[in-house]
Design a protein around this ligand. Structure first.
Ligand SMILES: Cc1cc2nc3c(=O)[nH]c(=O)nc-3n(C[C@H](O)[C@H](O)[C@H](O)COP(=O)(O)O)c2cc1C
Length: 223
């Protein structure tokens, strides 16, 4: 699957078949997470793979009672060790780079799951202390995300995403260039070409229509 297609068609899946996920797919997904960019190439995220029914139930409960998670045959709990990053980058490393590194890994994992025909969802709403207790996590780590994985049992409609011209500024905050020059949205070269072609077709059709009406008028006058 082309990268852009994979990015565009990935959806958060919250309904799963109970079929087990092949272990090599899980490994591939975690490998993809590991290949994500990381500040100073310090990868301080760890993956806890949870397969047990009992634990997945407890995790779903800890994720503010998102019971749909119970059905997903695999949960990958992503935890980070901020101290590793702090050693190199201080508070910025501990607070910002740790979260960003885990987020980059999570997105790689979601995309890889999708490319393998699996469904996945990033779950960020959870009671961290509860997850800590369920998985015997040590004090020095913090929980970044839970990723649910399984064969999808739904095809969610694409949610509304913002138009590109609403989220892009040029050169400065609120910087908007003249619309026809932006190369975005309505004024992209494709849309311009489309409009020109539509105009040409409309003009041709209206000319034909005028001819036909004129002919009928002439015929009616002759009668
Ligand atoms: C940081 C973060 C936290 C999220 N937490 C949850 C969550 O707790 N439960 C959930 O169902 N989806 C969660 N999501 C998924 C979003 O709801 C989803 O990405 C969004 O609705 C857009 O849908 P899409 O992923 O299909 O494009 C989270 C996504 C992110 C990035």
């Amino acid at each position: 699957m082309d990268v852009l297609d994979c990015i565009r068609t990935r959806r958060s899946v919250r309904k799963y078949k109970e079929d087990p996920v092949p272990w090599d797919n899980i490994v591939t997904i975690m490998q993809a997470g590991k290949y994500a960019p990381a500040a100073g190439n310090i990868f301080n995220t760890k993956f806890l793979v949870v397969k047990s029914d009992a634990k997945r139930k407890m995790i779903a409960e800890a994720c503010v009672q998102q019971y749909w998670m119970e059905i997903a045959p695999i949960h990958i709990v992503m935890v980070a060790e901020p101290e590793h990053m702090e050693r190199y980058y201080g508070t910025r490393g501990a607070r910002l780079y740790t979260i960003q590194g885990a987020a980059a890994a999570a997105e790689n994992m979601l995309l890889t799951a999708h490319s393998l025909g699996l469904g996945a969802c990033w779950v960020g709403a959870f009671d961290e202390e509860e997850i800590r207790r369920i998985l015997n996590l040590p004090e020095h780590v913090n929980v970044q995300a839970v990723i649910t994985i399984g064969y999808p049992d739904e095809r969610p409609e694409p949610p509304v995403k913002q138009r590109i011209e609403h989220i892009v500024y040029f050169e400065r905050w609120w910087g908007r260039m003249e619309a026809p020059k932006t190369g975005l949205g309505y004024w992209s070269p494709y849309i311009k070409r489309g409009l020109a072609e539509t105009k040409k077709i409309a003009e041709k059709k209206s000319r034909k229509l005028v001819d036909r009406i004129s002919q009928r008028i002439r015929k009616a006058r002759k009668k």
